[in-house]
Write a protein that binds this ligand. Structure first.
Ligand code: OGA
Ligand code: NI
Length: 366
């Protein structure tokens, strides 16, 4: 979330989804109704004949296990990253009370009166504050979601005017939570590096002063979840993303695996981790950032708290030499990560399209 100066964008009228639910619970305005091809499948179990479940990584085996446990778990982690781009991490050593606090406070924030939330407005074309991110035109379809996002680190990405005064302790809890999640990200990145046969500190060194942002997504219930999307399909522009699904919520996150949308069953107290575009580029596509989306639910609301962890905007990125050889031609060009971030936040979410920015288009040899 770079503090990019953005030219004025006309986004048209954007309904606040929670307010819509309050006043017109049966109405789905046209702008939320997806084209046929985009409408979701709403099963809560995978459709494929062999039910597939997102891999689970036991963090405590990596951090405290004996030599053999570490090796086995590194292998799990590496396979999860390569085959899924997603995994759920259990025993992650982030204080469970803190997870509960951030969840409660986020929910309290979304339950505040609209006027209170609108004290922290997301300006059109920007991605911090309360509102709908990634809307850039008047005819673009809207997500069935209210969002609140903040840049966290380094300090210069912060907009202090957007840090809420209510609920009490919201801002300080975001601070403590983000510190803990940051530690988890560094640890996971070091295990990911080891699993790739690299030195443990390679990403930490390469990333410089990492950029971190948080986004709370609140998905109100929807009388016609078959017509809308909670969040449009996208890959994350980060290196790693950490997603906390609030307790008791319905299944809502879906990932595109082998061309099928696979729902992610929440595991209590686990965190969902996914590989972002940065790691895809660095590994020359060995680990890929997987497309995902969220769907709405007819009766239940859903809350997620998402941390994006990325390199410093100053860093130049491109495939690491370890992943390029005769059999693995270089698929991505080198680019400045700040430029990529700017590109990401100034385009609508559209599957993996944003990564075309970095792709070397293979020539058609016909
Ligand atoms: C995101 C995201 C999914 C969810 O915020 O990037 O993918 O379940 N969220 O909220
Ligand atoms: Ni995402």
């Amino acid at each position: 979330m770079p503090p990019v100066p953005i030219s004025p964008v006309r986004v048209g009228h954007i309904d606040d989804v929670q307010e819509l639910r309050k006043t017109k619970p049966r109405t789905i305005p046209e702008r939320f109704i997806r084209d046929m091809m985009e409408r979701p499948t709403l099963t809560t179990t995978p459709l494929s004949p062999t039910p597939c479940h997102m891999p689970i990584v036991d963090f405590s085996k990596l951090s405290k296990g004996n030599e053999e446990e570490v090796l086995v778990e590194l292998f799990h982690l590496a396979t999860a990253c390569e085959n899924w781009g997603f995994f759920q991490v259990i025993n992650h050593e982030v204080d469970l009370n803190l997870l509960e606090s951030i969840e409660n406070l986020s929910r309290e924030f979304f339950m505040l009166p609209l006027e209170e939330k609108q004290k922290y407005p997301m300006a059109p074309g920007t991605v911090q504050g309360y509102g709908q991110a990634f809307v850039f035109s008047e005819d673009q379809k809207l997500d069935w979601c209210n969002m609140f996002a903040l840049g966290i680190e380094p300090q210069y990405v912060r907009n202090p005017n957007l840090w809420p005064k209510r609920p009490e302790r919201f801002s300080e809890t975001v601070e403590v939570y983000s510190g803990e999640i940051r530690k988890l990200c560094y640890n996971l990145l070091s295990y990911i590096a080891l699993g790739l046969g690299l030195k443990g500190d390679v990403f930490e060194k390469m990333f410089g002063v990492s950029v971190q942002a948080i986004r709370m997504n609140y998905y109100p219930p929807c009388s016609r979840p078959d017509l809308v999307l909670g969040l449009s399909p996208h890959s994350d522009g980060s290196a790693l993303t950490v997603l906390q699904q609030a307790k008791g919520g319905p299944v809502g996150l879906q990932i595109l695996k082998d061309n099928t949308w696979v729902p992610v069953q929440p595991i209590p107290n686990a965190l969902v981790i996914n590989i972002g575009d940065t790691i895809e580029v660095l590994t020359n596509g060995k680990y890929r950032s997987v497309e995902h989306r969220a769907v709405a639910h007819e009766e239940k609301d859903r809350l997620s708290i998402v941390t994006f962890f990325a390199p410093s905007y100053e860093v130049e990125l491109g495939p690491m030499p370890e992943f390029v050889d005769e059999n693995h031609p270089c698929n991505y060009r080198r680019y400045n990560h700040g430029e990529y971030s700017k590109h990401y936040v100034t385009n609508k979410l559209q599957g993996k399209k944003t990564l075309d920015f970095a792709k070397i288009q293979t020539k058609n040899t016909n």
